[in-house]
Design a protein around this ligand. Structure first.
Ligand SMILES: [Zn+2]
Length: 184
């Protein structure tokens, strides 16, 4: 699976904003040489890069982050959603409700990942259930990154008390990854 440079750039911004410079240097030094080349600015936002490089970067941060790693993955995903706001998705969030945004998550997916599609399983005025078909997330950290994106997307489009449940996961033996989001 490949990810768009914009996804890498967002996680690099997160790294530089959240960690002191010596920690950033240590995290980058722990990555393979080819990853460091990819992550050296300027990262071409429209180019495609191996998703594994993004996974290794997230796991590098994890080693320097106390607490539950799931929380880190979630925050990285929330940041990716916020960074998307500065692009073509600005209007999308301004006019959208959480159910509108999550129903159209498939369109956003295609702009960030080169494989698979997000399919809407069901939705109500305060819930959305989606499934990733035709692709396998390379790492459970990426699954939680998606959860973070969905949480922030629902919040930014007006949802309160947003909860995202990664209710089925290929890394836990399910045939596909699924997410259920609800909000008030
Ligand atoms: Zn999963």
């Amino acid at each position: 699976m490949k990810v768009k440079g914009s996804a890498l750039r967002s996680t690099m911004s997160f790294l530089r904003e959240q960690y002191p410079a010596p920690t950033v240097a240590r995290i980058l030094a722990g990555l393979p040489e080819e990853d460091r080349k990819i992550l050296t600015p300027p990262i071409l936002t429209s180019a495609w890069f191996p998703a594994d490089a993004l996974c290794r970067l997230i796991h590098g941060m994890e080693k320097e982050t106390p607490g539950d790693p799931q929380d880190l993955y979630l925050r990285v995903g929330m940041q990716s959603c916020e960074d998307g706001l500065n692009t073509i998705y600005k209007l999308f969030f301004k006019v959208g409700t959480p159910s509108f945004i999550l129903k159209h998550a498939g369109q956003v997916w295609k702009n960030y990942y080169d494989e698979g599609q997000i399919v809407l399983v069901s939705s109500t005025s305060n819930t959305a259930h989606v499934r990733l078909e035709g692709a396998k997330m390379p790492d459970p950290a990426m699954c939680m990154r998606i959860s973070g994106w969905m949480k922030r997307a629902a919040e930014l489009s007006g949802g309160h008390s947003v909860a995202v449940d990664h209710c089925a996961c290929v890394h836990r033996g399910a045939p596909a990854c699924e997410w259920k989001t609800d909000w008030a």
